[in-house]
Design a protein around this ligand. Structure first.
Ligand code: GTP
Ligand code: MG
Length: 195
């Protein structure tokens, strides 16, 4: 699937702009700057497909990418970013929540967690929303290259503890790095298996 074509389809700022729910969809959610857009680029091998930045709040629309004929990949605006003007933040949050709870073809939400920081209260809020909407979510730890091997187990334990509180959580955690490529084959296989 990932060897085939991938293209940017559109950026959406309101629910009525969503493309038809006519294929399997997976989305990448997470706090601002956690590495959502970078992960989409790394997974697809297209370095400039999704826009990335050092500055949190880079992705401001819901960006749809077509993966072959069968899947949409969705890059979401980050949550938990307080520096944008409040009305803007509130508009993103409303759209994000409407999307996450109302998209019928959403097969799985990947909730990205920075390997250095673990699960924060805002992450738990999103997880609770996904529980309520009965959307299965899977945790993807990002920036694994920034964590010493000996600290990994501690971080995984913290994340497992948080996931145990969420019925919609898929138990397997995927440890990734968009820099080194770690975990990417696993994640590609997971997406490909979601028909
Ligand atoms: P928003 O769109 O603002 O919500 O951010 P995002 O989650 O899309 O993050 P983005 O992909 O733009 O990456 C944020 C920063 O983290 C960039 O400076 C990336 O280069 C860096 N980054 C992303 N993934 C990795 C990774 O696996 N390892 C390292 N070391 N840095 C990463
Ligand atoms: Mg982004």
């Amino acid at each position: 699937l990932f060897a085939g074509s991938v293209d940017f389809l559109k950026g959406v700022v309101a629910m009525d702009g969503l493309p038809p729910a006519d294929r399997a969809e997976v989305c990448f959610a997470g706090r601002s700057n956690v590495g959502k857009s970078s992960l989409i680029n790394a997974l697809t091998g297209r370095r400039t497909l999704a826009r990335t930045s050092n500055t949190p709040g880079r992705t401001q629309e819901i960006n749809f990418f077509t993966l072959g004929e069968s899947h949409y990949l969705v890059d979401l605006p980050g949550y938990g970013y307080a520096k944008a003007p409040l009305p803007v933040v509130e508009r993103w949050q409303r759209l994000l929540k409407a999307y996450l709870s109302g998209r019928v073809n959403l097969r799985r939400a990947f909730v990205l967690i920075d390997s250095r920081h673990g699960v924060k209260p805002v992450d738990e809020e999103i997880m609770a929303l996904l529980d309520g909407a009965a959307v299965t979510f899977q945790t993807v730890l990002t920036k694994a290259d920034k964590v010493k091997p000996k600290d990994r187990e501690k971080m995984l334990a913290q994340v497992r503890g948080a996931l145990a509180r969420h019925p919609a959580a898929f138990p397997e955690i995927v440890l990734t790095s968009s820099e080194t490529g770690e975990g990417l084959p696993t994640l590609r296989a997971i997406v490909a298996a979601l028909a």
